[in-house]
Design a protein around this ligand. Structure first.
Ligand code: HMG
Length: 440
């Protein structure tokens, strides 16, 4: 079967930055290390007042099309994944296509367009849809443009406020991809949950502490389901494990859970047995509470072992470098984690061709998906072409007063007019309804 996967990606960050230890922590009266060490974040990306999910998505897609020499006729499908949509009828992909049609000769009248919604996992679901469409042979030689774009803003004062972020990632899905091939196997963990939701409201209602537990529970189910389809995952067969990253501290917990799961009944568990004992098994305990307590103690010890810490440093830490500087991009977050890992390998001069990534996607509400990806031999050129470092360095550093203004400006319920902090540089800008997405 022909390989199907991601041929190219582009990342577009919101043009503003909120410094968490320097600006946010003093305003909140908190220790800066709560953010840098506890949550694992240095900064959040914010959209300037002329940016929104359409402009960020169109800018990422335009950069990708230019770099890959793509014309509208090459693209048979445009899906936008977002949980920041402003329209309950017309999909954001139609707005993005409208922007792109302004700058290309052709149009996208032939392209199937849609909007995918399932919190943050919708980006991966759109990838899956593109994979299925191409694998089924319905694409007539064309590829799919998948855009994950969000302004992940929380109400001021909400515990999630420190994890905000804004940005887009565009991905071109095609046969014989240059970047990664997607596995046919997937595993899911899915349940009706109400820990994070946005029922026709601008900012989410979140039970933050519970959302962490739900993420872990669904991820464990997805891992088990993946193994039932693809066979046991062995940690030494995986090069990086990019997870959905609402903040790096969440991935610290997910990584430990995944490691504990994949070392069961392996030589790694045998090697560690002398140091921390074997993993507790439920059948050895009278009650679930006793089992859970024993498991908690085992995990606490596991996390301190050199073996785990080395695994974490090699396989997980490199996935977090961009996220630390931008916060949660919701639907784009796991795709940013993949890009971070590949970028770090490129910087280290490693050759990853043929190696395996284990991708852990997650969306509140709630669903986790595990799949694997095989790195393709064009990956270095693709990752080298990213200008994410330059974009991050060029962001305008908000003062607290600026931050409050720009946060109000993006609150659809408030009618505020705020200055632009940065000057658009050959990019699509939101220029009012009916004229949205003009290029300046
Ligand atoms: P919080 O109350 O601000 O923080 O909320 P905390 O008190 O729990 O502290 C966070 C961590 O910092 C803790 O570490 C503290 O110990 C540590 P942990 O015990 O968890 O390992 N800490 C410090 N460390 C060093 N020095 C210090 C210090 N102080 C504290 N001085 C919470 C945290 C996650 C609840 C909040 O940020 C929140 O509500 N976030 C939004 C929801 C969220 O991101 N949930 C994640 C799972 S759900 C998900 O990923 C889906 C999502 O992306 C949406 C979607 O799918 O659409 C959100």
């Amino acid at each position: 079967m022909t390989a199907v996967g991601i041929d190219a990606i582009e990342i577009w960050t919101g043009n503003l930055k909120l410094d968490l230890p320097g600006t946010f922590a003093p305003e909140k009266g908190e220790d800066p290390e709560k953010y840098t060490k506890g949550l694992g974040l240095n900064a959040s990306s914010f959209p300037d007042s002329y940016e929104d999910i359409v402009t960020m998505g169109a800018n990422a897609a335009h950069r990708l099309m230019e770099r890959k020499g793509l014309e509208p006729d090459d693209i048979g499908r445009i899906d936008v994944a977002t949980e920041s949509s402003f329209d309950n009828s017309k999909p954001v992909s139609t707005y993005v296509a409208g922007c792109l049609e302004d700058v290309y000769d052709g149009d996208f009248h032939h392209a199937n367009k849609g909007e995918r919604k399932f919190a943050c996992i919708a980006g991966t679901q759109s990838l899956d849809d593109a994979y299925n469409w191409i694998s089924a042979g319905r694409n007539r030689g064309r590829g799919a443009l998948v855009i994950a774009t969000d302004t992940a803003l929380y109400a001021r004062g909400d515990a999630g406020e420190a994890t905000q972020g804004a940005g887009a990632i565009a991905m071109y899905i095609d046969e014989d991809p240059d970047l990664i091939e997607l596995s046919a196997e997937q595993g899911y963990g899915s349940a009706d949950e109400t820990d994070f939701l946005k029922p026709n409201q601008q900012f989410p209602s979140v039970d933050g502490k519970r959302s962490v537990q739900v993420y872990l529970a669904r991820m464990r189910e997805a891992l088990e389901d993946y193994e039932s389809a693809a066979g046991d995952v062995h940690p030494e067969d995986i090069t990086f494990a990019p997870f959905h990253t609402p903040f790096p501290g969440m991935v610290r917990k997910a990584a430990l859970l995944a490691y504990r799961h994949v070392i069961r009944d392996t030589s790694i568990e045998d090697d560690l047995a002398g140091e921390i004992g074997r993993q507790p098994r439920p059948e050895a305990f009278d009650t679930d509470d006793d089992y859970r307590e024993a498991l908690r103690e085992y995990m606490d010890e596991l996390k301190e072992t050199d073996r785990y810490q080395e695994w974490y440093a090699e396989m997980i830490d490199p996935t977090l470098s961009i996220s630390r500087e931008v916060g949660n991009w919701y639907t784009g977050s796991v795709h940013v984690a993949r890009a971070s890992a590949l970028k770090s390998a490129l910087e280290d001069g490693r050759d990853l061709t043929g190696e395996t990534l284990l991708i852990g996607s997650y969306g509140s509400g709630a669903q986790a998906e595990i799949h694997t990806e095989t790195v393709q031999d064009g990956w270095e050129d693709e990752i080298e072409a990213l200008n994410v470092d330059e974009q991050l360095a060029a962001r305008y550093d908000l003062t607290w007063a600026d931050y409050e203004d720009v946060h109000d400006a993006h609150n659809h319920e408030m009618d505020v007019d705020v200055e632009e902090f940065t000057t658009p540089d050959e990019e699509f800008v939101f220029d009012g309804w009916g004229r949205m997405g003009e290029r300046q």
